[in-house]
Design a protein around this ligand. Structure first.
Ligand code: MG
Length: 263
């Protein structure tokens, strides 16, 4: 069952979205060669808790960390570790917060230092896929339109689409109906209505689409070892069109400023 949200509920999701978006932006600014992914995790955990929110991933189905940290051929759900980020890596951070009973979920893939043009292009196309997908989050469209926007654009650039992991509805729980695959057919799937809130998250591989899970039970990697990019926003469907709840405008307050102002 897809749970539509009221204006008031979307207001709360906007607050969660702005917090998690700002957390991700500040993490992005921290990342540099030599930093461990565990240090990034700990910085995220501190920021989220200082803001009076909870890092939604921590303990979710037993996931032991506050962010997913997926480097290079890791697709999603990577464990933060003592691995030191290297010049040329691409590093996906996925982070969620629960604030006032609602969840915001967002991810980005960050080039660490100087990165090859091949990898930069993979990230850029993933970001463009996300933009095109968000543009489909309109009343009267179908969930298949979102997937098709992602699939057609990524495949036109010679990339492949991860099939095993998908976007999702989001609200009081991180994962609600519907599932939102990163592939699909125009006009198919559930009809999109006002008040729906989706976490849209393309996962795009440089090589083949196939993935496997490492023995830790969580970390998903590409079978061929080629890099993967993952980006995500939480998006509300309004009468006027999509509203990206996790998008941070230039000049938005820092997490510390949000906390001080009692947002
Ligand atoms: Mg998600």
């Amino acid at each position: 069952m897809i749970i539509g949200k009221s204006q008031k509920e979307i207001g709360k999701m906007r607050a969660a979205g702005q917090l998690v978006g700002q957390v991700l932006l500040e993490l992005r600014n921290l990342v540099e060669p030599g930093m461990t992914t565990l240090e990034v995790n700990d910085a995220a955990d501190r920021m989220i808790r200082d803001a009076g929110a909870y890092p939604t991933f921590k303990g979710y189905n037993g996931f032991p960390f506050s962010i997913c940290a997926s480097v290079n051929e890791q697709v999603v759900h990577g464990f933060p570790s003592t691995y030191e980020l290297q010049e040329g890596d691409i590093f996906s951070i996925d982070v969620g917060v629960t604030l006032d009973g609602f969840v915001g979920d967002t991810a980005t893939t960050i080039p660490v230092g100087t990165v090859s043009e091949e990898r930069l292009k993979l990230i850029r196309v993933a970001e463009e896929c996300l933009e095109l997908a968000i543009a489909q989050c309109r009343v009267g469209n179908h969930v298949g339109d979102i997937g098709w926007a992602i699939q057609s654009y990524a495949e036109a650039h010679g990339y492949s689409i991860v099939r095993e992991y998908v976007g999702h509805g989001i609200g009081r729980r991180m994962h609600e109906d519907p599932q939102i695959p990163n592939y699909g057919k125009p006009g198919k799937g559930p009809k999109i209505k006002k008040g729906y809130v989706f976490a849209i998250e393309p996962m795009i591989n440089l090589g083949s689409q196939h993935t496997k899970t490492l023995p830790d039970g969580w970390t998903v990697v590409t079978v061929d070892g080629q890099p993967s990019a993952h980006v995500e926003h939480t998006v509300a469907v309004t009468e006027e069109g999509p509203e990206i709840l996790t998008l941070i405008e230039r000049g938005a307050p820092l997490v510390t400023e949000m906390v001080a102002s009692g947002y």
